[in-house]
Design a binder for this molecule. Structure first.
Ligand SMILES: *Cc1c(COP(=O)(O)O)cnc(C)c1O
Length: 391
């Protein structure tokens, strides 16, 4: 899938300011040999198992399957330490930062899940941690802000633009440009300049590696008919798709956040609305005006509220290897409600977008459908309470 210089078809590459050349070049040259080293793999696997709690279960959702008349399996990334798939990547990157001899870590965060996962691994390794977060997200995800502070991270508000994830990413990039020597930037998704998209996808690929083994032992074959995942930048989807990318028997399906509707002007449905351009160091598809200004996105879920998409997904859409459905706030909230009632699992609102694909596809009774349950809904309780007037 990945070609020379970090391109997926026409997407990817590294479009960065000159000040970052040395950092990015050293990452590009070293990342594969560092992460493929046996000692690195040993420590990574140990921490994923004993600290994160992997393998995450693959659970046959009987009542949900009955409802949709097909065979639905939930890959339970919500049960990971810190509540989402993000920790897989931060564990990998903190070990890499140690190998690179960096003492300080910066990160951006939207919903706060990546910020929490980064603050967690920094506490684990005794490293200094600064997390950039949009002011709007700080207000709507306050439990995660408290968590980061408790874990010892400094949370810096991003006050420009829409004051959400895109702006936090800009601030983090700016910080890195000013502190290139002692600092590693832990990007939280398959976005950014090469090698980030590939590196993050590799760390998250443990998800589909486990799905293969778990399906083999539960249903006697190691591939599903469908894999469904929500897409913000695309890291949980990349991890769930990874080992099936070349297997045409598996249909790869993504959900992007349509907000109030694709045509409403309040949306984050990048592939439905976007055009080719450069965002955060990578050539990809993004929501922009005809003169190249980034359009402010909207989604009820902070984790999907991003105007771009990783280059791998832009390419998968381009070559029709994966299909992406725009899902509205309303459809996602109803799907989150439904999973809570049918399975006793309250999903993150990001994840609820993936669940909302289910009524849009006519599955066969015997189809095996794996949904990547990227995160748990605890952080979204306030949004659920307000939306459904629960108290
Ligand atoms: C961050 C997040 C997402 C979106 O990010 P991806 O990189 O697209 O995976 C989805 N689900 C949860 C629970 C998240 O925390």
């Amino acid at each position: 899938m990945l070609q020379e210089k970090g391109y997926y078809g026409q997407f990817g590459g590294a479009y960065i300011p000159e000040m970052l050349y040395p950092n990015i070049a050293s990452l590009q040259q070293q990342y594969i040999s560092i992460i493929e080293h046996a000692d690195f793999q040993k420590e990574f696997e140990y921490l994923l198992k004993q600290y994160v709690g992997r393998p995450s279960p693959l659970y046959k959702a009987e009542r949900l399957s009955e409802h949709f008349q097909t065979q639905i399996y939930l890959k339970r990334e919500d049960l990971n330490h810190t509540g989402s798939h993000k920790i897989n990547n931060t564990i990998g990157q903190i070990l890499l930062a140690k190998q690179l001899g960096k003492a300080k870590i910066i990160a951006e965060t939207g919903a706060g899940q990546h910020g929490v996962a980064t603050a967690t691994v920094c506490a684990l390794m005794g490293m200094e941690c600064i997390v950039y977060m949009g002011e709007v997200d700080i207000a709507r995800q306050s439990p995660n802000v408290a968590r980061m502070k408790l874990l010892g991270a400094k949370v810096v508000p991003a006050t420009s633009g829409s004051r959400t994830l895109k702006d936090a990413t800009n601030e983090a990039m700016r910080h890195w440009i000013n502190h290139p020597d002692d600092t590693h930037y832990i990007i939280g998704s398959v976005v950014g300049p090469h090698p980030y998209p590939d590196m993050v996808a590799r760390f998250q690929s443990v998800i589909s590696a486990e799905i293969k083994t778990q399906l083999q032992s539960q249903v006697g074959r190691e591939f599903p008919d469908y894999v469904l995942a929500c897409v913000g930048g695309g890291s949980n989807a990349a991890g769930a798709f990874y080992h099936f990318l070349e297997d045409e028997r598996v249909q790869l399906i993504g959900a992007e956040a349509a907000g109030l509707g694709v045509e409403s002007g309040k949306s984050a449905a990048t592939l439905a609305l976007g055009t080719v351009g450069i965002l955060h160091g990578s050539k990809t598809v993004l929501m922009q005006t005809t003169d190249g200004q980034v359009v402010e996105p909207h989604s009820i879920s902070a984790g999907l509220d991003y105007p771009g998409i990783g280059p791998m997904h832009a390419h998968l859409a381009d070559i029709n290897r994966a299909t992406f459905y725009p899902i509205t706030d309303e459809e996602a909230m109803q799907a989150g409600w439904q999973l809570s009632r049918l399975e006793g699992i309250i999903p993150a609102i990001e994840t609820a977008h993936a669940l909302a694909i289910l009524p849009k596809i006519s599955f066969k009774k015997e189809d095996i459908v794996v949904i990547n349950l990227s995160g748990r809904g605890d952080k979204d309780l306030d949004t659920y309470i307000r939306y459904f007037e629960l108290i």
